[in-house]
Design a protein around this ligand. Structure first.
Ligand SMILES: [Zn+2]
Length: 75
């Protein structure tokens, strides 16, 4: 099983781990940031996708927080 980190704003693949399970990711994120747990999805092939935010979007978010708040509502 693999874990894929995916930017939820621009769909860019941020990174990939060639091993791990959804449960391991949940445990890690629960320790780091409980909110992130909602963005973990398990695909039919067993691969785990974690919706996160890439560096580029994080910078835009810091600059235009209102725009991203609006986009989140529209999705
Ligand atoms: Zn992005």
């Amino acid at each position: 099983m693999a874990i894929r980190y995916h930017c939820r704003h621009c769909e860019t693949e941020v990174g990939r781990l060639p091993f791990g399970s959804a449960e391991e990711v949940r445990t890690l994120h629960r320790l780091a940031d409980g909110e992130a747990v909602d963005f973990i999805t398990e695909e039919e092939d067993g691969e785990v996708t974690v919706q996160c935010i890439c560096e580029h979007c994080q910078q835009s978010l810091d600059r235009f927080p209102d725009y991203y708040a609006l986009q989140k509502w529209l999705q």
